[in-house]
Ligand binder design. Structure first.
Ligand code: ATP
Ligand code: MG
Length: 473
């Protein structure tokens, strides 16, 4: 009975979709994937080899197939494999529902309340297995119709032809079929891939409205892949940034990490600004950029992003809190300066400014508490670097955030916000023997923090704005 209802449901949806397609093509829109127009690229017609695919992903695919289900790789992994790049993760899609998937794998957990997914765990690697999503143009269709019941939730599952329409870009909607190692393409994604084009499936305005995060994905993929945005997609992107404001801050935080922590931060930043998206994510930072002064603060941001990209290129790790500390430093500095002109003492002005700016940023990107604490630590270490005499330096280098704080000092020194001599002093101090360290911390003329060096402004033009180095810790 349940199956009959499901089939009727799918049938009705298919008929409705067919009508929609006819209307859309009549008014000149790009139509959704058309059933029957599928192109199948045999193994000899594409470059994906199993040697490039994670062993665990292959295990999942083969196992599902053995149990009689359809199983495909889909999304970014197929797109990246076709470029000869190592995918970030491997996503599997199947006609098995999550319960069926769970029965196949012992090491499997079901996640998600609204759209349930299976996570198959292999040590640290997780292969996400999704069931084909059903018809409907909004991500939420199935969920709005549904309550919590099993049967209703079933309605969000569908066929591969429906699943295609749920995806964002044509190059993200290519399916690698484990049955015959072919690539299945309903949306001319292979052509777009060859032409290095990012094209939304369907009408770009509608797809961005449906899920504004796709705008961030458009920027991220175009930068990361070096693909151009298809003109209609680009047109729709201009002036649509405000739509992002409706997205929950927790989701935006996750997206921000993907935008800035994977090696293309600098170009992504420029592109987000170009499309007016950055101001929605970091309004205070955007406002502070208008106050450019002798290349500062924009330089600091650019340098931070550049460093982070270089670290990733060298196989080093990057942290979210360091980047956020860089993004929000100038807003904090400006607000603290304002508070000082209103009569607040420097230390309190910076403390309060830091709290206010972080609280404001939380409205846009929900930073977890450990991240906002770490940001504050990096900031509050900055004035402490001014103490180069006595026992304070030896205590400071034991601080758990010393390294990040020192890197931040370097960043400021490299971009006109702190004394390069001070940064150099700390560089030598860290690597010196204990005896040398003791000598270095004796008050002397060479000490950058001796009386003559203190309270210097390192900004070439402006002397009225505090650099923040002077804050008393
Ligand atoms: P990467 O993992 O390299 O960041 P990806 O394309 O795999 O890129 P994921 O977030 O892993 O991105 O999503 C996997 C696939 O799910 C996408 O390729 C796309 O087909 C689909 N998808 C993800 N997010 C959306 C969205 N907001 N709208 C439509 N489809 C989406
Ligand atoms: Mg992915």
């Amino acid at each position: 009975m349940i199956n009959i209802i499901r089939k009727i449901n799918i049938g009705v949806t298919l008929i409705l979709n067919l009508f929609k397609k006819i209307i859309q093509s009549a008014i000149g829109q790009i139509s959704p994937p058309e059933i029957g127009k599928v192109r199948v690229y045999a193994r000899s017609e594409h470059t994906i080899s199993r040697a490039q695919i994670s062993e665990n992903a292959l295990k999942v695919l083969y196992r599902l197939q053995k149990e009689g289900f359809d199983a495909y790789l889909v999304g970014g992994c197929v797109r990246d494999l076709l470029l000869g790049r190592e995918p970030k993760d491997f996503d599997v899609v199947t006609n098995a529902d999550p319960e069926q998937v769970r029965k196949v794998f012992r090491n499997c957990r079901i996640i998600g309340r609204r759209f349930r997914l299976a996570h198959v765990h292999f040590g640290r690697e997780v292969i996400e297995v999704a069931t084909f999503r059903g018809a409907g143009e909004s991500q939420n269709d199935g969920q709005v119709l549904n309550n919590e019941g099993r049967l209703l939730r079933d309605n969000v599952y569908g066929t591969i032809e429906e699943d295609v329409w749920r995806r964002d870009f044509t190059v993200n909607a290519l399916y690698y079929n484990i049955k015959d190692f072919s690539v299945v393409d309903y949306v001319r994604g292979m052509e777009d891939h060859r032409n290095a084009t990012l094209r939304l499936i369907g009408d770009p305005h509608t797809r961005f409205r449906e899920d504004p995060v796709r705008m961030l994905r458009a920027v991220r993929f175009s930068v990361k892949l070096g693909f151009k945005l298809e003109p209609d997609c680009e047109k729709a992107l201009h002036g649509a940034a405000e739509l992002l404001a409706s997205i929950p801050a927790a989701r935006l935080y996750d997206e921000v990490l993907k935008l800035f922590l994977y090696g293309y931060a600098l170009q992504t930043f420029e592109s987000l600004r170009h499309y007016g998206l950055f101001q929605i994510l970091f309004p205070d930072t955007e406002r502070s950029l208008a106050n450019e002064d002798n290349g500062f603060p924009r330089l600091l941001l650019i340098k931070a992003l550049e460093n982070s990209d270089n670290r990733i290129a060298d196989g080093k790790s990057v942290t979210a809190y360091f980047l956020f500390a860089a993004f929000l430093w100038e807003p904090v500095r400006l607000l603290a300066t304002q508070k000082m002109t209103e009569g607040q003492v420097e230390y309190m002005a910076y403390q309060d400014a830091a709290s206010e700016i972080i609280a404001r940023q939380l409205r846009y990107t929900a930073l977890p508490r450990h991240i906002s604490l770490a940001i504050r630590e990096v900031w509050s270490l900055q004035p402490k670097f001014n103490n180069c005499t006595g026992s304070k330096p030896s205590r400071l280098i034991l601080h758990p955030r010393f390294r990040a704080g020192y890197d931040f000092l370097l960043l400021r020194a490299a971009t006109g916000g702190a004394d390069p001599e001070l940064a150099q002093w700390w560089d030598i101090y860290q690597n010196a023997s204990e005896t040398e360290q003791r000598k270095m911390t004796q008050p002397s003329r060479k000490n950058p923090n001796s009386k003559s060096g203190r309270k210097r402004s390192y900004r070439k033009k402006s002397t009225t704005i505090s650099t923040g180095t002077e804050v008393q810790g």
